[in-house]
Design a protein around this ligand. Sequence first.
Ligand SMILES: [Zn+2]
Length: 586
Amino acid sequence: MLLFIAPLISVAQQDDILPPVVSWKGKSLELVARKDNPWITPTEKSDFITTPTYVETMAWFNKLCDASDVLTMVTVGQSANARSINMVIASLDGNIEPDALLNSSKPILLVHAGIHSGEIDGNTAGMMLLRDIAFGKKRSLLDKVNLLFIPILSVDAHERSSPYNRPNQRGPANMGWRTNARNLNLNRDYSKLDTEEVRTVVQIMNDYHPSFYVDLHVTDGADYQYDITYGASDYSRSISKWLTKTFNPEMDNALKTHGHIPGPLIFAANERDFTQGKADFPYMPRFSTSYGDIRRIPSILVENHSLKPFKQRVLGTYVFLEALMQITGKESVSLKKAIHDDTALRNKDVVLTWKNAEQPEMVEFLGIESTLKPSAVTSSDYVVWTGKTITQNIPYFRINRPGLSVKRPKAYWVPATYKDVIGRLAIHGIAMEKITEPKTVEVTMYRLQNPKIANEPFEGHFLVSTGLAPEKHTETYYPGAVRISTDQDLGDLLIYLLEPQSPDSFLAWGFFAEIFSRTEYIEEYAIEPLARQMLSKDIKLAAEFELKKKQDPDFINDKAAVYKWFYERSPYYDNRYLLYPVGREE
Ligand SMILES: [Zn+2]
């Protein structure tokens, strides 16, 4: 057995390979606990060099929650390796049961850190803030909101700790791994729900109906001045407007007041050169905050900039979380109205894919200068970030034009044979009626046209893309089948999961792979006389055959193709082949 013991890399050593750090001193430094504070966090104790392990984190929170009358820690799920996924509930209300919290007029905020465990700033920021709520001067933050905080979501990955897990990130010295114990990226799992961790988050959404959802990350990629970047998708328009008009200006203000440089989420069109602009991320509910959005929960993705020092990032996250509680508490009436307006929508047409805007907008960008230098180890050049701050005007390529859309059906019918899909829809919290007697229904079904299956797996699945032809069918469904109305709050999510052309549908994720196989066939001795019979009895078919031969001269030389042509047109052919088994009740 080969045993490799990694030497602990020092932060200074890691700094050797990273671009120069821009010096920073912000008011938020005052948030760091004094060394004699009995509730100092492990990260503060280490001067922001390390982050606590899973066991240390939970022990610290257990002690804090035991000592506080406003904090309770509950176990909300189990990881694949049987570690508890724990959540701290911060509330002035004595009863922390979901129903009791929901009866309160206070918004419930759901925040998790460590969905990508190496990006762990949120854990320490949450520890510091909850400490200050319990034993500092910040108890009043709970006057108007209740907070649900998961310190580490990807608990197994957090324990796959190493100084070498995130080479592009400036600390801490020990970082967890990006994917979970099955090597699945939790932030691609919100539609398909393969992982215990994301199922846990979805269960919390079903139980507590949060009025706000925050997913805390750290970026990779290019250099720029912003330290705390954040943003939302804009599927739910009233919520999006509320975020843009009410939330973002106040949040930016809070961060700036504390010495941080807030910015929007940044995806460079070219990682080496920001003058080529930045782009949107396409909308897909496989991502945490896009999923929250389609569930009509205001949802913010926070991406701290990986090249900023760990301490600066943690303090910025603290300011973000504190301001989140203040803003949502102060603006709870307008927040709830925006949620209500979007939740009530039952759009006749639902957009499944989005296209680029025709023209980019020009936006101001707080950049860092970059140059290209000849590489010593390749024959090419490489990008060097100089550390010099520059303000640029760059094009911003929005992805905001509707692409493909579908008419909202009254309901979907899923046969009893697809128990796994029905089970996953139930985990999403989608309401459905299970039938107990056979039922015959008029439905529209899709026949797949030229489906393509990916050659390589993505997130454990072979993705499928396909054309579709709708067909009218009279279908009989058997006990255990479900009728799922689209007239429900999660109706749009349902449509995204069951319309095959949605990139996040169960079909696209490969859940209906059975229908790609043709299982019956016809022997040569049987098809030859059958073909002759078909030609003599069906004049139209005979004309079609002549036309086919004329248009495709090689056709007649391909015996298998000719027999297939007849077989497909015969009553012996499998009429369920490539038929997507989910029915649309129009
Ligand atoms: Zn991340």
